[in-house]
Design a protein around this ligand. Structure first.
Ligand code: NAP
Length: 457
């Protein structure tokens, strides 16, 4: 009877995970999707706790309390801007858990493993270990504990290839000699080293792609764990995680018009690349009153948020400004680039938090043709995603990346603190165009001043 209950709870959990993923394809249903996935996870935990092999609950309860407390504290205290590094940490914990399950299983009766079981456990431990250290390095880079620029050295690719070959040989050895515990230990150490070496040469802003990929490894490791311990929900959830992570990383690469190998091995954002282009000229500075007047008497204003809006936490005040403009009869739209910010959906999440209606959000393909009809485009802490060089200069490191073509609007106002570059580290010719005005300052402060100035206009 218990067996049927467990399998039924796993089936329900799997259905809820699939439904949750489906809902996450649109911002409007994403919150419902998260709730469904949470409920699915609860069902999976309840089902697992009914398992007949559990002889004592003390350690499990201790783990639940400890894990629940850490998770609760993290989600309460971590600011929205630190979400990418928080996700990287969760990934490291998940991968470590998968690794430990594999090692414990091997430790208990590894010497008697069949070839199939050794393959599955080896796969789990290998992917789990490299994902653990890779995610920790990703979190360190995103939190500025480690340099965000790519760390490269001569012969790096040789070292990485050497590590990969040695891990492969040890794995093979284990499949034919599962009692070789030394090979398992050495494989774990090499996989840890490989995880570090894999992520060090990648720039901080490419971390979301890397994390989606590591997430996919962690999912596959979990799925392998499911095969190893005959757990259906782990097989299904791990496979969903593995493939959705992979699809997400490919989608991000596509939105930046870069190949996966360029992201992983291209050391994008390094010093040499930064010097690749350079635009000379004059940036025209404008004042609050001037911009407020332009906006107040415009027919259509398009806000283009980017990473700077996230760091400034300016989403609420931009909503306020949008309301004030709408009250004056201005048509207000928000243009969302798929890789604006530092993680997929970053801008959607922030604007949803500020209750900006979904009907005002426009994707790149929808809004680009509308820029020539736009009186004022207000770029809020975005840089690379509005860089016309991606469209006009085939030599540019970001050539071919789809951009929001704000330069085609009648007037462009750029809100940023100074002359800082975007993630790609290259100059942006948009800032030198005659129809562009630069409004310097922290985005939140500037927008607050604009709210007052538009009211007075
Ligand atoms: P961006 O190119 O990184 O530019 C952000 C700009 O915001 C900077 O030029 C900075 O200039 C300004 N800024 C920073 N703090 C600010 C503040 N408090 N107030 C006002 N301005 C501020 O950002 P983006 O246009 O959003 O482009 C995202 C980049 O990340 C793209 O290159 C994309 O390919 C990459 N990326 C994104 C993802 C993703 O999933 N979203 C994944 C991988 C890579 P100042 O320093 O002068 O203020």
């Amino acid at each position: 009877m218990t067996h049927y209950f467990i399998e039924a709870s796993y089936l329900l959990a799997s259905l809820l995970f699939i439904y949750g993923l489906r809902c996450m394809t649109h911002p409007e249903s994403a919150r419902r999707g998260m709730k469904a996935a949470e409920l699915g996870m609860l069902m999976a935990i309840i089902g697992t706790l009914m398992h007949k092999d559990i002889i004592s609950y003390e350690w499990i309860i201790a783990g639940l309390i400890l894990g629940g407390t850490i998770g609760g504290v993290i989600s309460y205290w971590v600011p929205m801007t630190a979400l990418p590094q928080r996700a990287a940490l969760s990934l490291a914990f998940g991968a470590l858990a998968a690794t430990l399950v594999g090692i414990a299983e091997y430790h208990s009766h590894g010497a008697e493993f069949s070839r199939f079981k050794m393959t599955v456990i080896g796969f789990e431990v290998l992917l789990g270990s490299l994902t653990t250290t890779g995610s920790l390095i990703a979190a360190g880079k995103l939190q500025d504990l480690l340099p965000g620029t790519p760390l490269t050295f001569k012969g790096q690719k040789m070292v990485n290839s050497g590590l990969l070959i040695m891990m492969g040989l040890l794995f093979l050895h284990l499949i034919f000699h599962p009692d070789a515990a030394w090979a398992m230990a050495l494989m774990v150490v090499l996989a840890w080293a490989f995880g570090v070496m894999l992520v060090l040469p990648i720039g901080a802003a490419d971390m979301p792609v890397v994390m989606a990929l590591l997430n996919s490894y962690a999912g596959l490791a979990a799925s392998a764990t499911g095969f190893a311990i005959s757990n259906n929900v782990l097989i299904i959830a791990g496979t969903l995680d593995g493939f959705s992570g992979f699809i997400l990383s490919v989608a991000m690469c596509k939105a930046m018009n870069r190949s996966m190998s360029n992201v992983l091995f291209g050391a994008f954002g390094s010093a040499s690349e930064s010097a690749a282009t350079g635009e000379a000229g004059h940036m025209r500075e404008v004042g609050i009153e001037d911009v407020a007047t332009q906006m107040a008497y415009a027919r259509q204003v398009v806000f283009v948020p980017g990473y700077g809006m996230a760091t400034a936490q300016a989403q609420h005040v931009v909503r306020e400004l949008s309301d004030v403009l709408e009250e004056r009869g201005v048509n207000v739209k928000f243009a969302i680039h798929p890789v604006a910010g530092r993680m997929p959906g970053h801008m959607n999440v922030l604007l949803a938090e500020a209750n900006v209606p979904y009907s005002q959000l426009y994707e790149l393909e929808q809004i680009n043709s509308d820029f020539p009809n736009t009186d004022v485009s207000v770029v809020i802490g975005a840089n690379d995603v509005v860089n016309p060089d991606a469209r006009d200069n085939p030599q540019s490191p970001i050539a071919g990346m789809p951009i929001l073509e704000v330069d085609r609007s009648k007037s462009v106002i750029v809100l940023k603190r100074g002359k800082g570059k975007g993630f790609s580290g290259i100059e942006n010719p948009l800032f030198f165009k005659p129809n562009t005005g630069m409004l310097y300052g922290d985005a939140k402060d500037t927008l607050s001043k604009l709210v007052h100035a538009v009211k007075d206009a």
